[in-house]
Design a protein around this ligand. Sequence first.
Ligand SMILES: C[S@@+](CC[C@H](N)C(=O)[O-])C[C@H]1O[C@@H](n2cnc3c(N)ncnc32)[C@H](O)[C@@H]1O
Length: 190
Amino acid sequence: MGFFNWAAPLFHLFADRWSEQHVADIADELRPYVQGRAGLLDIGGGTGALASRLADAIPARVTVLDPAPEMLRYVPDHPDVTPVVGHAEAMPFDDDAFDAAIISDAFHHFRDQPGAVREIARVVRAGGALLILEYDPDAIRPIVWAERLLGEPAAFFCPDDLCAFLDRHGITGRCVSTSPRTYYFLGDVR
Ligand SMILES: C[S@@+](CC[C@H](N)C(=O)[O-])C[C@H]1O[C@@H](n2cnc3c(N)ncnc32)[C@H](O)[C@@H]1O
């Protein structure tokens, strides 16, 4: 965690790395779940670059949860984006507080992934959605090792393994490849 507090200024330089098309594709997947209801939770949302773009594109109210205050300092001043300090494994929210959750490039940083999934099932209403953007570790071996050297868990899943893991923990969905290195998981929260 210390890593993201000291690396925040550097990360901020590259945080808004999504094309218009990529943002539109993510918004299209989430829009059916978040219309007019409780809103979207961006877990491990960091500097809020994606959150603020989704707030406009869906449109939706977006809460950015992150344990690193230095990352949250960069969350854009946006009327529909709210930064909150906290961990995925113990979220400071009521049951059924959100319509959907997104986790971008962060699930592999969670030190208790089953605990985080339990919390997602608690704070996202039944019938809501979980969308995870991740890297396939087989395609980014040097990055996996670099993260481990920095003391991060680097708990990456291959797409099939992430689907199976989440299914075992009560969230059933599908993985879609978006490039040779990246994919997303979209599943239903029961
Ligand atoms: C690589 S950054 C990604 C930030 C943002 N989602 C993005 O795509 O630009 C990973 C983020 O996960 C956060 N993180 C690490 N462990 C976490 C945990 N247990 N719960 C929630 N967020 C966590 C870090 O603080 C960091 O901001």
